[in-house]
Write a protein that binds this ligand. Structure first.
Ligand code: AMP
Length: 428
């Protein structure tokens, strides 16, 4: 199967080739032909499956081939996303895949000034990527006309509902023409999502390519039991010992993210934090610094991380397990993307056991626990493999020197092959 077989125009095939993609991913193989035929689609696909190109490529193809571009441009395609970061990334993808087409794309989201967005919109746009809140501001201020929309994409729909955007979405829908093509993407097919789909979609093509569990299988997953108050120490130790150069670390709270980032910085690791309290400029800067390697550790909360597209991120660390098991799958979806291998490490203390059980239930797997020598948890209830070691307090001191036999050379990027000695999740 090649992109050429899918019926995309040569301008798009060129842009895809520039990206180095040789084969369409499963979601692309299913979604692209259906969208090109003008069908509505209802797709269960999470980030990392190639879904963005899966809707962007056929959307661009249809805009190019169905109607000639008018002289005064009002948007013909609208892509709604839950977060600013995702909106920015989708907009980048639209520009990347559409670089050989005479179509204009713009992105609008909150947290930044509205005036430059008004100017961009007034110059004319073909494809608009937006978060619901700011889009609604534009509609209310009458700085945007959505009456010419031909294609609507709802990306990460479940997250938009989780974030309370349903009213905003309803108002936006009311401003759109009834006759249009609608593409809905959601990681889950929960009842509210299905209800929304029933009201929005006309005889949709159902696509379910990456059940949540399958995506998680690409990623090598490790659980390290450890006491809560030694997690930070263990994390610094692991980053140093394995010479990890790009690590995304998840905490449950904004406060926890800040505190951890400060502590890791004190350990000499270049660290940044992203969460909902940070300004958009600070979040974008932190993400760019991380992508460019200026920042080695990025500490994030679940909402802030949603949809982050960081190519081939080698390491994700759950510093704290999420209390919503689905978030675990979203988190580890940051690594091992589009076929590349990745590794997810969870540092789990005794009071997180219920969360761990929920995740195991969701994935239908049992995690084997890998206790790191010197970081044995003191709580006997922690795991079957625990070896409480409270009589040897010295073992709990921070290791200042990594064990040489497990330290990769500085220049060598750690690979999952080099870490296979670690126990992995095993199917129950
Ligand atoms: P997405 O699920 O849209 O967030 O995409 C995940 C990652 O896969 C992005 O970094 C894309 O650049 C990449 N990607 C998308 N399609 C392909 C493909 N056909 N082959 C290889 N990588 C791809």
């Amino acid at each position: 199967m090649t992109f050429r077989n899918l019926g995309l125009s040569s301008d798009l095939l060129r842009a895809v080739a520039d990206q180095g993609y040789t084969e369409p991913t499963p979601i692309q193989q299913q979604a692209i032909p259906a969208i090109l035929q003008g069908r509505d689609i209802f797709a269960s696909a999470q980030t990392g499956t190639g879904k963005t190109a899966g809707f962007t490529l056929p959307l661009l193809h249809r805009l190019k081939t169905t109607n000639p571009t008018k002289s005064h441009r009002t948007p013909r395609a609208l892509i709604l996303t839950p977060t600013r970061e995702l909106a920015a990334q989708v907009s980048d993808s639209v520009k990347t895949y559409g670089k050989y087409l005479p179509l204009r794309a713009a992105v609008v989201y909150g947290g930044v000034g509205i005036q430059p967005q008004i100017q961009t919109l007034s110059r004319g746009v073909d494809i608009l990527v937006a978060t619901p809140g700011r889009l609604l501001d534009h509609l209310e201020q009458k700085t945007l006309d959505l009456s010419q929309i031909e294609i609507l994409v709802l990306d990460e729909c479940d997250r938009m509902l989780d974030m309370g955007f349903i009213q905003a979405i309803r108002k936006i829908l009311a401003a759109l023409p009834r006759s249009r093509q609608t593409l809905m993407f959601s990681a889950t097919f929960s009842k509210p999502i299905q209800q929304l789909a029933n009201t929005l979609l006309k005889s949709p093509t159902l696509i379910e390519v990456a059940p949540r569990n399958a995506a998680a299988e690409q990623v090598e997953q490790v659980v390290h039991p450890v006491d809560r108050d030694r997690k930070r120490e263990l994390l610094s130790y692991m980053i140093g010992t394995h010479n990890w150069q790009q690590v995304l670390v998840f905490t449950r709270t904004k406060h926890g993210a800040n505190r951890l980032a400060e502590q890791l910085a004190k350990d000499g690791l270049k660290t940044a934090a992203i969460h909902g309290n940070k300004s958009q400029a600070a979040r974008t800067r932190a993400l760019n610094d991380f992508k460019q390697g200026k920042v080695r550790v990025l500490v994030a909360t679940d909402v802030a991380s949603r949809g982050l597209d960081i190519d081939q991120l080698p390491h994700v660390v759950n510093f704290e397990l999420p209390n919503v098991p689905e978030d675990y799958v979203h988190r580890i979806g940051r690594t091992g993307r589009a076929g590349s291998e990745g590794r997810a490490v969870s540092l789990v203390c005794s009071d997180e056991h219920a969360f761990l059980k929920d995740i195991e239930r969701l994935l239908n797997r049992t995690f084997s626990k890998d206790v790191i020598p010197g970081y044995e948890p003191t709580s006997p209830a922690q795991t079957k493999t625990d070896q409480p070691n409270s009589k040897q307090p010295n073992q709990h001191r921070r290791r200042t020197k990594p064990q040489t036999q497990s330290t990769p050379s500085r220049s060598k990027k750690p690979t999952s092959a080099g870490t296979r000695d670690r126990k992995q999740i095993r199917t129950a």
